[in-house]
Design a protein around this ligand. Structure first.
Ligand SMILES: *[C@@H]1O[C@H](CO)[C@@H](O)[C@H](O)[C@H]1NC(C)=O
Ligand SMILES: *[C@@H]1O[C@H](CO)[C@@H](O)[C@H](O)[C@H]1NC(C)=O
Ligand SMILES: *[C@@H]1O[C@H](CO)[C@@H](O)[C@H](O)[C@H]1NC(C)=O
Ligand SMILES: *[C@@H]1O[C@H](CO)[C@@H](O)[C@H](O)[C@H]1NC(C)=O
Ligand SMILES: *[C@@H]1O[C@H](CO)[C@@H](O)[C@H](O)[C@H]1NC(C)=O
Ligand SMILES: *[C@@H]1O[C@H](CO)[C@@H](O)[C@H](O)[C@H]1NC(C)=O
Ligand SMILES: *[C@@H]1O[C@H](CO)[C@@H](O)[C@H](O)[C@H]1NC(C)=O
Ligand SMILES: *[C@@H]1O[C@H](CO)[C@@H](O)[C@H](O)[C@H]1NC(C)=O
Ligand SMILES: *[C@@H]1O[C@H](CO)[C@@H](O)[C@H](O)[C@H]1NC(C)=O
Ligand SMILES: *[C@@H]1O[C@H](CO)[C@@H](O)[C@H](O)[C@H]1NC(C)=O
Ligand SMILES: *[C@@H]1O[C@H](CO)[C@@H](O)[C@H](O)[C@H]1NC(C)=O
Length: 405
């Protein structure tokens, strides 16, 4: 190659390298992004927005890590394990592959008076199970009622600056009479009352959006709430803050379900298996938040009082999120700078979707544009925007209805 061309090539590479700070790429191997070619992500549903980041945490194929993969529930929690001193239960849960993104909790809340019992979060209650039939793995959360405390489980995302997102989690409450030896032909449905399975955004008790399964509820019910849901002065429920929603026919929280929470600037939307079940405009969080997943009980009014000796298990196959951030994408110590890199709002050339894709967790390109015009910066594609005509017609119908009322 003549020197001249080498020089050009060198200058070209140099130009790309020095420009790196303004190029929105997520190239950190553990970013769990699966989509280096995408600039932004749209979601199905009524909202036209798009998000800048994508993460997919897949717990279905982690048996390549050393450690314990349980075929049956591991050793029971004992009465003296009330100190939260237990270690993480598997090589995977101790590895940076997991701990870069999630932090398992070991805080406790002691209460001395009825009706509540102390809550002790313990790392021993989060473990990896392997499905004997498929060999596929899943994360399991456990909560157990002992005489003096409720041994519980919780994990929190390391990403603390999420500001608007669409979160998805595939989970099930595993019936207590589930037969792990014949998982494919199971008819078990028995669930101990007194536990809460939570999947929620959290900044503080006034900026929190919750999906919660209460095991005292029938298996086709779920609670959707934005906080605060109780008036702190009067102790009364705040209307519209917390809603008890019934699943469509045939769905039960004891089966695998894809749960979804959309957090847009003015509305929260709650879905299961691609069906929009509830919208909430009250208390939509306004602060940068993290994501928490937990399974707990405290004998109180919300969770109910589990019988001593009872327990509830929750399986999680994967968690997916598309989101924006309030600022630089912070990561834990040791994460590379690229993971912390904040995407500039340079518009969105390659628009991807995470819905209706061939492989869940792997976004697909829906359109590529070479323009940085406003149209490309704010794409309205795929179930996204309403056309002006639709908006006008809806407004007219709305006005007529108002007049009639
Ligand atoms: C996400 O951030 C981009 C870039 O700032 C913005 O255009 C988009 O509207 C945001 N999405 C939502 C749902 O707020
Ligand atoms: C599971 O992971 C192993 C090793 O990481 C890989 O070789 C295999 O293809 C994966 N299997 C599936 C079904 O994804
Ligand atoms: C946790 O691990 C540490 C270091 O390996 C060990 O010293 C300690 O005994 C373990 N704790 C429990 C409760 O097993
Ligand atoms: C909470 O109570 C347990 C006994 O149930 C005790 O062992 C533990 O030290 C207490 N923790 C705190 C933080 O007071
Ligand atoms: C909660 O359950 C425990 C044990 O099953 C029982 O002793 C206690 O009275 C119950 N508390 C309430 C408020 O029902
Ligand atoms: C599961 O793993 C076992 C042991 O490694 C193997 O014998 C079996 O064929 C695997 N089953 C499936 C469905 O992959
Ligand atoms: C294990 O896989 C079988 C076959 O797909 C399925 O029927 C069963 O429900 C799975 N086990 C669990 C705990 O989900
Ligand atoms: C939620 O909002 C969407 C669009 O605004 C609407 O089509 C849908 O009927 C609403 N769902 C419920 C349960 O109110
Ligand atoms: C969120 O936090 C801010 C600041 O503390 C507060 O003003 C606001 O009421 C909270 N809740 C919502 C829904 O914005
Ligand atoms: C663990 O506790 C459950 C529920 O109380 C019980 O059915 C099971 O036999 C116990 N397992 C062991 C190994 O003690
Ligand atoms: C942008 O794309 C159009 C249509 O594909 C093409 O004609 C045009 O040359 C492109 N512009 C640039 C600057 O690449």
């Amino acid at each position: 190659m003549p020197h001249f061309y080498r020089l050009l090539l060198f200058l070209g590479v140099f130009a790309i390298a020095t420009n790196a700070d303004s190029i929105p790429i997520l190239d950190e191997p553990h970013s769990k992004d699966n989509s280096n070619s995408c600039d932004c992500y749209i979601t199905s549903g009524p909202d036209a927005g798009y998000f800048q980041y994508h993460r997919f945490f897949d717990f279905r194929n982690i048996s390549s890590f050393s450690g314990d993969y349980y075929l049956n529930t591991p050793a029971n929690v004992t009465a003296n394990q009330d100190q939260s001193t237990q270690n993480a239960t598997s090589g995977y849960l101790q590895s940076t592959e997991f701990t870069n993104d999630w932090s398992m909790q070991s805080w406790s809340r002691n209460v001395s008076s009825v009706p509540s019992v102390s809550l002790v979060n313990s790392l021993q209650n989060i473990y990896v199970m392997r499905n004997r039939t498929t060999n596929s793995t899943y994360l399991t959360f456990r909560t157990v009622r002992l005489e003096n405390f409720m041994s519980s489980s919780e994990m929190e995302s390391m990403q603390k600056n999420v500001l608007h997102a669409s979160f998805r989690i595939r989970l099930r409450i595993i019936p207590s009479d589930f037969n792990y030896d014949t998982p494919e032909s199971n008819t078990a449905t028995s669930v101990d009352a007194g536990a809460v399975a939570g999947f929620f955004t959290f900044y503080d008790p006034d900026n929190e959006s919750d999906i919660e399964i209460l095991t005292k509820d029938p298996v086709n019910h779920i609670r959707y709430s934005n906080q605060p849901d109780v008036d702190r002065n009067t102790g009364n429920d705040i209307p519209g803050a917390s809603t008890d929603v019934e699943f469509p026919p045939g769905k039960a929280y004891t089966e695998w379900i894809d749960h979804r929470l959309d957090w847009f600037p003015d509305i929260s939307r709650y879905w299961i298996d691609d069906q929009l079940l509830h919208n909430k405009t009250y208390g939509v969080p306004t602060k940068p938040s993290s994501l928490t997943i937990n399974l707990w009980g405290d004998g109180g009014e919300w969770s109910g009082n589990m019988t001593v000796g009872g327990q509830v298990l929750m399986g999680i196959e994967w968690i997916e999120m598309v989101f924006n951030t309030s600022g630089p994408v912070t990561g834990p110590p040791g994460a590379t700078t690229s993971k912390r890199h904040h995407k500039q709002d340079t518009g969105c050339k390659t628009v991807c979707t995470i819905d209706d894709v061939a492989n869940v967790g792997f976004p697909e390109v829906v359109s590529v544009s070479n323009s940085t015009s406003a149209a490309a910066r704010f794409p309205r594609i795929g179930g996204g925007g309403s056309s002006t005509a639709v908006v006008v017609v809806s407004a007219l119908i709305g006005a007529v209805v108002m007049v009639l009322l």
